[in-house]
Design a protein around this ligand. Structure first.
Ligand code: NAD
Ligand code: UDP
Length: 315
């Protein structure tokens, strides 16, 4: 049993990580400022004595008292519309927030896990992406507020490891979807599902030939906890290597929901990566982890949750 601090624990991925840790008997301290997270995501744990919720902007303060065995730093806007709306906050939480999270881990001799992203590979020239690839990021484009913040966070993390011997793993998370992905979050799976459920046109950006590899959130959370439990230092891809074009995704969601929606094409955002797929050999070998839920199964589970959420008045 351990006491784990999860920054961003009220968010989409973070709340699933909190669930998983609590269900196996760990204590969880969730620190969140609710900028994109929701109280209801962890409300089920409010009366659990093993769960503590602290409202704080971790770029300014990480006021955790008591023992700390591990720190998982997930706080950060993650959806492109969110980080483009909060550019300075995104840079701050990747830099100042990561520094405070690392200091907390260091002060307690705790294990540290950084939630990084496939965006560190930018618009990749190597395919699929393995951890040894340094990436192709435009440092002055609009997406850089997220990409470069995460790249800096990775650098900071490895510097704490080299300087202080901190045990630090870096999860390069690839596109994750599932229950609790906010319906209005702006990412592709939530947009398409909500549009299909309302029989509205699905908005494919560009010609839809760009690819993504979608990981179901249960698999993702299990991978992050495996990384936490290991002593792996440095980056590891945690994603599902099944690759789809965005147009394929749109067609699957129309079929799955039985929608009468048409597909419309809109402008491609600036610097939108043309393809993305993780090489997960390292996660398989060093963590014994691989995804178990395929896209159609995961989308069906997500669709069911969206229907239930709608019935609860939440979507
Ligand atoms: P999310 O927006 O649902 O969750 C982020 C959480 O962080 C929210 O609860 C938000 O309120 C909190 N937060 C943001 N800034 C904060 C701050 N300064 N102080 C305290 N809390 C703050 O996003 P998510 O999809 O759950 O992403 C979680 C992490 O995983 C992020 O670090 C993200 O970069 C990373 N990631 C996610 C994906 C994905 O596909 N979901 C892909 C790559 C990386
Ligand atoms: N996308 C789309 N329609 C939407 C939202 C997104 O075609 O309504 C595309 C987006 O341009 C990108 C892909 O879907 O190519 C994944 O976008 P998302 O915002 O989910 O995540 P990203 O991988 O860009 O961080």
């Amino acid at each position: 049993m351990a006491r784990v601090v999860v920054t961003g624990g009220a968010g989409f991925v973070g709340s699933h990580v909190c669930d998983r840790l609590l269900s196996r008997g760990d204590e969880v301290v969730c620190v969140d400022n609710f900028s994109t997270g929701m109280r209801k995501n962890t409300a089920a744990h409010d009366t659990n004595p093993s769960y503590e919720l602290i409202e704080s902007d971790v770029s300014r303060e990480l006021p955790v008292s008591g023992s700390v065995d591990a720190v998982m730093h997930l706080a950060s806007p993650a959806s492109p519309p969110d980080y483009l709306r909060m550019p300075l906050e995104s840079l701050d939480v990747g830099s100042l927030g990561t520094r405070l999270a690392l200091d907390l881990a260091l002060a307690h001799g705790a294990r540290f896990v950084l939630a990084s992203t496939s965006e560190v590979y930018g618009d990749p020239l190597v395919h699929p992406q393995r951890e040894s690839y340094w990436g192709n990021v435009n440092p002055v484009g609009p997406r850089a507020v997220y990409d470069e913040a995460k790249r800096f966070a990775e650098t900071l993390t490895m510097t704490y490891h080299r300087l202080h011997g901190l045990s630090a793993g870096i999860a390069r998370i690839f596109n994750t979807y599932g229950p609790r992905l906010r319906p209005g979050d702006g990412r592709v799976v939530s947009n398409f599902l909500v549009q299909a459920m309302e029989n509205r046109p699905l908005t494919v950006y560009g010609d839809g030939s760009q690819t993504r590899s979608f990981c179901f959130v249960d698999d993702e959370a299990r991978g992050l906890v495996s990384l936490l439990d290991s002593d792996l230092v440095g980056p590891v891809n945690i994603g599902n290597p099944d690759e789809f074009t965005v147009l394929e995704l749109a067609k699957i969601i129309v079929e799955l929901t039985g929608a009468e929606s048409e597909i419309v094409f809109e402008d491609l955002p600036v610097d939108d990566p043309t393809r993305r797929c993780p090489d997960i050999a390292r996660a398989r070998e060093l963590l014994g982890w691989e995804p178990r839920v395929n896209l159609r199964e995961g989308l069906a589970l997500t669709h069911t949750w969206y229907l239930e959420e709608r019935a609860r008045g939440g979507a």
